[in-house]
Ligand binder design. Structure first.
Ligand SMILES: NC(=O)c1ccc[n+]([C@@H]2O[C@H](COP(=O)([O-])OP(=O)(O)OC[C@H]3O[C@@H](n4cnc5c(N)ncnc54)[C@H](OP(=O)(O)O)[C@@H]3O)[C@@H](O)[C@H]2O)c1
Length: 410
């Protein structure tokens, strides 16, 4: 049904901080050729033309669509194989787009980390997307591609090398450098605001399995780490990792969607590590405190006003220099079937949230439009939707590395 569409990809939200980076990457890396037909979309013509002048040229078509105008979104989704959206907060602007993509046979990818909104979308559209053979893929940025694809990679390797999937993987962020954008802060603040208005949302945020299919929202894992601890797995002080609440649920959904290929008892956790000794304990405590500030900045509080002042506004984010100098390094402590452990590693160049995220999202959109993918459909995780094809793209084009055993690699 997707044959003869005018475009392979329409990037919606190209005027935003992250959308502009995605457009820049697509143009620099793939240009405008018949091999990849893409267009830039946003709600404001003047702004969109200005961004196009800055990052591409006028051979890239532009399209106007507003989240409040359903007809504009229908037209968007009918013209392309894939809509790639950076228009967020997604809970605020994204629901109608998911609906029209499913109704008009269009694949979809985004950068959301808003778990309650994802639950809503799964409940509304998973079955229809699945029966229409569409891939609708959330969390295609730093949350949750390195985690989800890192686990996928380790499990494929473990199976190939030992004949069994691993029993447990504990991801520990060893180091990262990067900042936050106004859109990301608005999405986080929006989620907390919604949860304060409707306390049942905390139930979704606190359930480790809330992204699993209905009736399967249980398993051996507990809530993510909430405080500073000395972690035996990594032999290091650990503090809560800000993305764990999203990533761990995505990894568990991947296992569920694959009919529990890793086993119903498979366990997964995430936190961030600083090292041994008193100074690293203090570092972990300081990092945990700044994360707690973000989470405790509830609507109407003095803390919220302080945090609002210190964080970027929509459209703003880390500078080019900060993005270029950013990186991340994550370790995957992988307990194999015989209880031995291998330590895997996932790294990315550029800052996680924007420099690296924009490349990951663009490669996802291309994979959905161009690659030969599995016949699994519905509201999927990145690894279930794209598996090996995405793993290859991330390593070949997007600056990520995946290593199975760091003790054996140089
Ligand atoms: N998962 C990750 O790793 C990751 C990383 C980065 C970003 N994100 C997420 O991506 C989203 C975007 O972040 P950002 O910092 O790029 O945000 P941003 O700079 O505020 O950009 C938001 C975009 O949405 C557009 N928009 C707003 N209201 C709209 C409407 N009614 N109709 C159509 N378009 C509308 C804006 O258009 P105008 O320019 O006209 O205002 C802009 O293009 C956020 O939800 C953020 O959490 C996730």
């Amino acid at each position: 049904m997707q044959e003869n569409r005018e475009f392979d990809i329409i990037l919606w939200g190209a005027t935003g901080f992250t959308g502009k980076l995605v457009a820049e990457y697509l143009y620099k890396t793939y240009g405008n050729t018949p091999d990849l037909k893409w267009a830039m979309a946003a709600r404001n013509t003047e702004k969109l033309e200005k961004v196009r002048d800055e990052v591409a040229d006028d051979t890239i078509p532009i399209i106007i669509a507003d989240s409040k105008n359903e007809q504009s979104l229908i037209e968007l989704s009918k013209r392309t194989k894939v809509v790639c959206t950076t228009v967020g907060p997604y809970d605020q602007y994204g629901s109608l787009l998911v609906k029209v993509c499913v109704e008009n046979d269009c694949h979809y990818c985004d950068l959301t980390g808003e778990v309650p909104w994802m639950v809503k979308m799964i409940n509304l559209y998973h079955d229809m997307a699945s029966s229409k053979k569409l891939k609708i893929v959330h969390t295609c940025g730093f949350d949750s591609i390195p985690s989800d694809m890192g686990v996928y990679f380790m499990q494929q390797q473990a199976k190939a090398k030992t004949g069994h999937y691993a029993k447990q993987i504990d991801m520990r962020v060893k180091a990262f450098k990067g900042g936050i954008s106004g859109g990301t802060y608005a999405s986080l603040a929006g989620m907390i605001e919604n949860a304060e208005e409707d306390k049942s949302i905390y139930g979704i945020l606190n359930n480790p399995y809330s992204l699993n299919p209905e009736g399967e929202q249980y398993g051996p894992d507990q809530k993510d780490l909430q405080k500073v601890v000395f972690d035996k797995v990594s032999d290091s002080w650990n503090y809560p990792f800000v993305m764990a609440g999203i990533n761990t649920k995505v990894v568990r959904r991947s296992n569920a969607l694959m009919d529990y290929e890793y086993g119903k008892e498979f366990r997964y956790s995430e936190s961030a590590m600083t090292g041994k000794g008193i100074s690293n304990r203090m570092k972990a405590t300081a990092a945990a405190a700044s994360m707690a500030m973000l989470m405790l900045a509830k609507p109407g509080t003095f803390l919220k006003r302080v945090v609002d002042k210190k964080t970027p506004k929509p459209g703003e984010g880390p500078s080019k220099e900060e993005r270029e100098n950013g990186f991340y390094d994550m370790r995957l402590y992988t307990r194999l079937h015989d209880d031995t452990t291998v330590i895997g590693k996932v790294t990315g160049d550029k800052d996680p949230g924007y420099g690296s995220t924009s490349k990951m999202l663009a490669e996802v959109a291309i994979a959905l439009a161009k690659d030969e993918l599995s016949d699994t459909y519905g509201l999927l995780t990145p690894s279930v939707a794209m598996g090996d094809a995405l793993l290859k793209r991330l390593q070949d084009n997007a600056g990520l590395t995946f290593t199975y055993d760091i003790n054996e690699s140089t």
